[in-house]
Ligand binder design. Structure first.
Ligand code: NAD
Length: 328
């Protein structure tokens, strides 16, 4: 199998996991790592049996792709340098700290014919993979993403740190322009919002209600989608999807699922069965899968699963939300 020559820039909390998974992958040749913290880079390189580079440019010169896992405020400068060296980019989420910077990165990549994949990892969560091929036309979405307090990530608002995952997922699932945003947020323990609630309306008529908090007492990552005759419950933490469908008794059931009738709702002739289907999500490591999909996109000249343009769209929506929260 062809392998992508990959370098990892930034091997802190998440970058060290990128390095470990890249070193294990059959699709990736981990050429080396670079971090401003040299000791850290050397330790990660030792753990992953790869090389630690003292100058980022020496690493960029040797690789086809760079996985950029530095703090968000550094994405722009590292990504622009990596593009100067002709690298394809795997860029952690959010794509950049500002919309203009994000657009510049994408424009430069397009000019240089380089690919960008943004690290919106929930696209590779088994719960999403389980429903990916279903006919989806959600009309109402309720999303909750709550985590306990951790100072890492508090340099940016919870909207950029956590909610951005749900914004990306919802834009992808609804696939229709946002027409209205109504947002509120509060900074409770840090300088930026720690908790936020947003209501998005889409041209398709769909409404999404999203709540994100990084000061919760216990974690939760759930999304509920309602569409004609169907309710889909996703649990990203448990990596599972539950599907409830309204059907007539004689409707053929989907093969591959194990449906069971849970109740019957409606009155008289309009009464219908509610059946429960439990798809079997694939057992995958989402981070390994997204890195390998990036490698595949580069090696086989395919569109990445989460292209830079979609990273920009999620960030644009986040920016509109933040602007609205900051309005007096
Ligand atoms: P971290 O602070 O643990 O690690 C960042 C590392 O980058 C540090 O080791 C630091 O020394 C290094 N660094 C800083 N500036 C650098 C530069 N210019 N060149 C090279 N190295 C540099 O941060 P983290 O939690 O690993 O987050 C990194 C990125 O990953 C952020 O963009 C964050 O939003 C993203 N992230 C994504 C997810 C996800 O679910 N996809 C989860 C956590 C973090």
């Amino acid at each position: 199998m062809d392998k992508l020559d990959l370098g990892i820039i930034g091997v802190g909390h998440l970058g060290s996991i990128h390095a470990r998974l890249a070193a294990q992958s059959e699709r990736i040749n981990l050429v080396g790592v670079f971090d401003l913290d040299r000791e850290r880079a050397e330790k990660v390189a030792r753990d992953c049996s790869t090389q630690s580079f003292q100058d980022m440019r020496d690493l960029l010169e040797k690789v086809q792709g760079a996985s950029i896992v530095v703090p968000t405020s550094e994405h722009y400068s590292v990504a622009m340098q990596a593009l100067d060296y002709g690298c394809h980019l795997f860029l952690e989420k959010p794509i950049a700290s500002g919309v203009d910077q994000a657009r510049d990165i994408v424009q430069k990549a397009r000019k240089k014919d380089r690919k960008i994949q943004v690290g919106h990892i929930e696209r590779f969560n088994p719960a999403i993979l389980a429903i990916k091929d279903l006919p989806l036309r959600p009309m109402f979405i309720e999303a909750h993403r709550l985590c306990t307090f951790n100072p890492r990530g508090c340099d940016v608002s919870v909207v950029l740190d956590l909610m951005i995952h749900d914004l990306d997922l919802i834009l992808y699932l609804v696939n229709s322009p946002v027409t209205h945003v109504d947002a509120c947020g509060v900074a409770v323990v840090s300088r930026e919002e720690d908790i936020a609630n947003v209501r998005l309306k889409f041209a398709s008529g769909c409404v999404a209600n999203i709540t994100s908090s990084r000061i919760a007492l216990s974690p939760m990552r759930r999304m509920r989608l309602f569409q004609q005759n169907q309710y889909i419950a996703l649990d990203f933490q448990e990596k599972k999807a539950d599907i409830f469908k309204l059907t007539d008794r004689d409707t053929p059931r989907d093969p591959g699922c194990t449906p069971s009738v849970v109740t019957r709702i409606g009155v008289g002739d309009n009464a219908r069965d509610v059946i429960y289907e439990k798809p079997s999500p694939p057992e995958v490591n989402s981070l390994k899968m997204e890195l390998e999909e990036f490698a595949r996109a580069v090696l086989q000249d395919l569109e990445p699963e989460v292209p830079g343009e979609q990273g920009v769209m999620a960030l644009e929506t986040a920016a509109t939300i933040l602007e609205q929260i900051s309005r007096p």
